[in-house]
Design a protein around this ligand. Structure first.
Ligand SMILES: Nc1ncnc2c1ncn2[C@@H]1O[C@H](COP(=O)(O)OP(=O)(O)OP(=O)(O)O)[C@@H](O)[C@H]1O
Length: 250
C-alpha cells in the first residue's frame, strides 16, 4: 500500500500576502524516488512554494502531504524531522567551522541532539559517521579540516548540498543549486546531485535549463503563481503553452 503514497503532494495550495495571491491553487504529486524541477519566470512564486513546502511560510488554504501525512501548519524543524530537508539560495554555512564540523552540526541537528548524557554520546557517534559518509559522497575529503569560508564557491555549494542531505532526509529541496557556477562547475554539480539523490525524492528550483533537462524526471512550470504544466522533460519541451509562457522567452 505504501508504494502508492507519494513522497510529496500539494493539493490546491494557495498563498496570499495581504491582498495579493502569490500561489494560486497549485496541485502537484511527486512520487517516491522522482526528481522534479520547478521552473518559471522571475517572480512566478517558486521560492514561495519552497517556503510553503518547508514550513517557513504557512499556506493560506489547501494541503501539503509528506509521505501521505499533512504537514500544513507544522514548523520547519518539525517537517525536517519528518524527513524533508532544504537548501537555501543564500549560503547557509558556518564559515569558521571546518567542512567536517559543518556536516556534523547538520547531522546532529537532524538527529535531535538532546542534553541527555547517553543520548548525547549516541548522537555524537551517529553524527560523526554520517558526516564522514557525506564528506566522501560530496568529494571533499581532502578539505575535511579546512574552514568552510575558504573553500571555492563550487566547493561551498557542494558542502551546502552535503549539509542538506547529512540529516538523512529522504525528500530533498534544492533552491538553485547551480546558481553562479561556470558550465563545468554546473556539470559537476549535476553529477553530484544525481549521485546523492539516488533513492531519494528531489524537488528543485533551477533557472539553468541544461541542469533542469539533465536531471529532472518531471518538470513543473509555474507562471504567476499558477502551475501551467507538470510533465516529463520531453513533453514540456514540446508544449506550445510552455513555449509561449516561458521557454520561448528564456
Ligand atoms: N514575504 C513576502 N511578502 C510579500 N510578497 C512576497 C513575499 N515573498 C514573496 N513575495 C512576492 O511573491 C512573488 C513571488 O516571489 P518568489 O520569490 O516566490 O518568486 P520566484 O519565482 O522564486 O522568483 P525568482 O526566480 O526571481 O527567485 C513576488 O511578487 C514577490 O514580491
Amino acid at each position: 500500500m505504501n508504494a502508492r503514497i507519494n513522497a510529496l503532494e500539494l493539493k490546491d495550495v494557495r498563498k496570499s500576502f495581504g491582498k495579493s495571491e502569490i500561489i494560486r491553487g497549485t496541485t502537484l504529486s511527486v512520487a517516491k524516488g522522482e526528481r522534479c524541477a520547478i521552473i518559471g519566470p522571475n517572480g512566478a512564486g517558486k521560492s514561495t512554494l519552497f517556503n510553503l513546502v518547508s514550513g517557513r511560510f504557512g499556506i493560506t488554504s489547501g494541503d501539503i502531504l509528506l509521505h501521505g501525512r499533512s504537514v500544513a501548519g507544522l514548523r520547519p524543524f518539525e517537517i525536517n524531522r519528518l524527513g524533508l530537508a532544504r537548501s537555501f539560495q543564500i549560503s547557509n554555512l558556518f564559515e569558521k567551522l571546518s567542512v567536517y564540523e559543518n556536516l556534523r552540526c547538520a547531522a546532529l541537528w537532524s538527529l535531535g541532539y538532546k542534553y541527555s548524557f547517553w543520548q548525547r554520546l549516541g548522537s555524537l557517534r551517529d553524527a560523526h559517521e554520517r558526516a564522514q559518509q557525506v564528506l566522501e559522497e560530496i568529494g571533499l575529503q581532502r578539505q575535511r579540516d579546512v574552514p568552510a569560508g575558504v573553500l571555492t564557491y563550487a566547493e561551498q555549494r557542494a558542502l551546502e548540498i552535503g549539509i542538506t542531505i547529512a540529516g538523512g532526509a529522504d525528500v530533498i529541496l534544492l533552491d538553485e543549486p547551480t546558481a553562479g557556477m561556470s558550465r563545468s562547475e554546473s556539470d559537476a554539480a549535476v553529477e553530484l546531485i544525481r549521485k546523492v539523490t539516488v533513492g531519494k525524492t528531489l524537488l528543485m528550483v533551477e533557472h539553468d535549463m541544461s541542469v533542469v533537462f539533465g536531471l529532472a524526471d518531471k518538470i513543473a512550470v509555474l507562471v504567476y503563481g499558477e502551475m501551467i504544466a507538470f510533465d516529463t522533460p520531453a513533453n514540456i519541451r514540446a508544449s506550445a503553452d510552455v513555449q509561449a509562457a516561458y521557454l520561448g522567452h528564456s
